[in-house]
Design a protein around this ligand. Structure first.
Ligand code: NAP
Length: 435
């Protein structure tokens, strides 16, 4: 029997389990650990609540989860209640699929002012992550600034702009919905330190900004390069840039009909945040792009900023005893190999890039590496029996997949009309719902 422990029950974890199961069939036992009592990681707490079709992929993970050879072991934090070294004693392979749950820090003066929030916290707040449920952002001001030109910046801007009924059918948590409905925000500035040809936003997500009920996107036509230059872009980026061109062509009459402006401020690098205890303004330096890099021009200007959400990327959490690449913010690894028998996959391996689907080939390639390294030999490791004995000895309150199904049932029963679920945002409440 081949024993595998996967730490993290998000997309990278489940795709790896699926691949291992496909390869080893009945000869494998896989335990998928999660610090939360609920599975699916980023699908539950990262993917935007109004993107339910993307969240639907969890049904595929459930198929894997419900097979005999795969177990969900929730409410267990590896690195705290059980060490990675202990898991390595028990399992043939240990795979870190822990994602990148921490914000890359915004390193500038004023970053510690109140209402300057990282995207992990802000997204976690509207998605009901227990760690961020009490974030309580102040949405009483008129100007929000979103730093970054990636899809997370788009998610945040869109969520800030939507009206109540545009959340129908979403699983945004009620505490966030109520605060967003009472928000006074009129201008959302998306700041990009480079230009239209360097945005990381994808076409489908950008296109959504054209269909908002009470907001419209603005792009300064002067920021757009000559249209012929778009021909050299790869097709996805070309399409994204064509969206920016359509935003630049939106007539003032349309903007006049929508009370919220989503302004793209490109060639704009944030310099410092100011305010008396709470953020009030952001100083920006105009840039120019040379050979793909943003170069400051020395010209600065200041815009109001009552709320700042920095969406500039994420870092993995180090785990005691596991080599970590501080500069890259992920585990030190060679294509997924960390140490003999210890691997990483997904964002924990490659950093925060790609879509949910990118984790599928990642999980399958990792299993190929595991086959290459130690194949499906019969081992003497104790696997799940060994873990169960350890859990009992330590008094760990393990949440099983069956427990999760009860939690899920309770969340579905508590849903607002038309919503798929109302998530528990408190770990105690999640655990209580299983009985
Ligand atoms: P991202 O795509 O890497 O974008 C990060 C942005 O932050 C870039 O525009 C970057 O600019 C900017 N940035 C970084 N450091 C900065 C600084 N110090 N000052 C100003 N700007 C800075 O990251 P992300 O938006 O966090 O997304 C993470 C991954 O999740 C991406 O692969 C994304 O596509 C994916 N995602 C997908 C979806 C979806 O498919 N619907 C939704 C959300 C996220 P530079 O380029 O100049 O460095």
């Amino acid at each position: 029997m081949h024993h595998i422990a996967i730490i993290g029950s998000g997309p990278a974890g489940y795709y790896t389990a699926e691949a291992a199961q496909k390869h080893w069939g009945d000869d494998v036992r896989i335990d998928i650990f999660d610090a939360l009592p609920v599975p699916y990681g980023l699908i539950r707490t990262g993917v935007a609540p109004d993107h339910q079709s993307i969240k639907g992929v969890s049904r595929r993970y459930e198929k894997t989860a419900l097979t005999e050879n795969v177990r969900f072991v929730g409410n267990v934090t590896i690195g705290e209640s059980v060490s990675v070294a202990e898991l390595q004693e028990l399992y043939d392979a240990v795979v870190l699929a822990t994602g990148a749950p921490n914000d890359r820090p915004l390193e500038m003066e004023g970053a510690d002012l109140a209402n300057v929030i990282g995207s992990a916290a802000f997204v976690g707040w509207y998605n009901g992550h227990p760690k961020f449920a009490d974030l309580d952002p102040d949405l009483s001001g008129k100007h929000a600034v979103v730093i970054g030109m990636g899809n997370v910046a788009l998610d945040v801007a869109r969520i800030l702009a939507k009206s109540k009924c545009e959340f129908d059918g979403s699983d945004i948590v009620t505490h966030a919905l109520e605060m967003l409905c009472a928000s006074n925000i009129e201008t959302i500035t998306i700041l990009g330190r480079r230009g239209p040809h360097q945005i990381m936003m994808t076409p489908k997500e950008l296109g959504e900004l054209m269909h908002l009920e009470r907001a419209s996107p603005r792009v300064d036509p002067a920021d757009l390069p000559d249209e012929e230059e778009d021909a050299f872009l790869e097709p996805g980026l070309r399409k994204s840039v064509s969206h920016l061109r359509s935003f630049a062509a939106i007539p003032e009459s349309v903007h006049a009909d929508t009370p919220i402006d989503i302004e793209f401020d490109m060639f704009a690098s944030p310099v410092r945040l100011t305010g008396d205890g709470k953020v009030a303004a952001i100083e920006i330096e105009r840039t120019k792009v040379e050979t793909g890099r943003a170069i400051g021009t020395g010209e600065t200007y200041t815009i109001p900023a009552d709320l700042v959400v920095s969406c500039i990327g994420y870092r993995s959490s180090p785990i005691p005893g596991v080599p970590f690449d501080e500069r890259a913010g992920r585990f030190a690894n060679d294509e997924g190999r960390i140490l003999p028998g210890l691997y990483c996959v997904g964002w924990a391996r490659r950093g925060p890039s790609g879509t949910i689907g990118t984790n599928r080939p990642d999980g399958y390639s990792l299993v190929d590496l595991m086959i290459e390294d130690h194949s499906a030999r019969t081992s003497n490791k104790k696997g799940r029996e060994g873990f169960d004995a350890l859990a009992q000895e330590r008094g760990l309150d393990v949440v099983t997949f069956r427990d999760w199904k009860k939690i899920e049932e309770a969340e579905e029963a508590a849903a607002r009309e038309g919503a798929p679920r109302e998530k528990f945002v408190d770990i105690g409440a999640m655990i209580a719902a299983r009985s």
